[in-house]
Design a protein around this ligand. Structure first.
Ligand code: FES
Length: 157
């Protein structure tokens, strides 16, 4: 191998190392830029609406109780109107069921009165009451994101 050929090989090796270093720098910079863009853009996910339809007034005859199992809400109808009470225990979130005295949590024994006040067990707060509204077509819906004071009822027109 001549000296001239060896020099050519060394140059091309240097060129290769230079190109490799440059490529690594580009890839590294692109990764850092992508990472910093991720920091700027917050991970925000659209939250599922907590409003759900519950039918019309005709679905709730006086004195009826309907449990919306998939929503964990009880809908009651009395002489003053409709009201929605959460079935989610305020202790650790188990699902309460109706009992003679009101509601019973199967997990740690919390007991609630018919209007959701704590009457026993470790629950720290009453069951939540949710807003009930009516759309123009008569459809009722509960907004489980909107709590209302205990005793708030949707009044029949
Ligand atoms: S979750 Fe209901 S009493 Fe603990």
């Amino acid at each position: 191998m001549s000296k001239k050929t060896r020099d050519k090989d060394e140059v091309s090796r240097r060129d290769f190392l230079g190109i490799a270093a440059f490529g690594a720098a580009i890839v590294g910079s692109a990764g850092a830029l992508a990472g910093s863009m991720r920091l700027v853009k917050a991970d925000v996910y659209a939250e599922e609406s907590k409003k759900f339809k519950i039918g019309t007034i005709e679905n709730y005859p006086l004195g009826s109780v309907k449990k919306m199992d998939d929503k964990n809400v009880f809908i009651f109808s009395d002489e003053n109107g409709l009201f929605a009470i959460s079935a989610i225990c305020t202790h650790l979130g188990c699902i309460v069921h109706q009992a003679d005295f009101g509601f019973q949590c199967p997990c740690h024994g919390s007991q609630y009165s018919p209007d959701g006040n704590v009457i026993g067990g470790p629950a720290p707060r009453p069951l939540e009451w949710f807003d009930i509204q009516q759309e123009v077509d008569g459809t009722l819906f509960v907004d489980a994101a909107k709590t209302v004071p205990q005793g708030t009822k949707f009044l029949f027109a």
